[in-house]
Design a protein around this ligand. Sequence first.
Ligand code: E4P
Length: 221
Amino acid sequence: MKFFIDTADLAEIRDLADTGLLDGVTTNPSLVAKSGRNFIELVKEICQIVPGPVSAEVAAIDFDTMLAEGKYLATLAPNIAVKVPLTPAGLKVCNILSSGGTMVNVTLCFSAAQALLAAKAGATFISPFVGRLDDIGYDGLSLISDIVQIYDQYPGITTEVLVASIRHPIHIVESAKMGAHVATMPPSVLRQLFKHPLTEKGLDQFVADWAGTGQTILDKA
Ligand code: E4P
């Protein structure tokens, strides 16, 4: 499973890129607004830090402007994935951009039927939002299971399932068990993945026992 982080915070992106575990970044208009940065400059900087796909979302909702924005965003860096909403206009734009070789991430997916449409439109990624479904009392993870199962029936579908709106590590582990290709998560959730109380306890014990030996490994290095 590939790991993307869902943030427009450059310090977080730099820090987590350093782990060598980051495969890409997703942003959205709300995250960009929170960053207070100029969108175009921000996206260019992110693309330099992370070589994998960087999702940059169009702002318009009408077809003509959305297409123009998508084409422009695609010129910013070779690793841009243009993010479009799951609407008729968005899927029309998806079709055109993906036919021209641009990566497209179709966002705001809340049903398996929508995911089928995105695959037919040639999406590189489909972004089902698990957390927002859970928030309204639906089962977000069952949507991931449905989409993976449907896509698996058709070898011609190359669209990757990008699990979005992740709230906690269980969303990631369960999606990985289902075979979802990518998880995009807030930086805090990526950091949570490292944690286990027994790892911390075990490490404290090893450090204490090692100190008791009075040795250093690099003594004769
Ligand atoms: C995905 O690309 C979206 O940016 C994101 O995952 C939305 O998550 P939220 O529901 O936490 O805002």
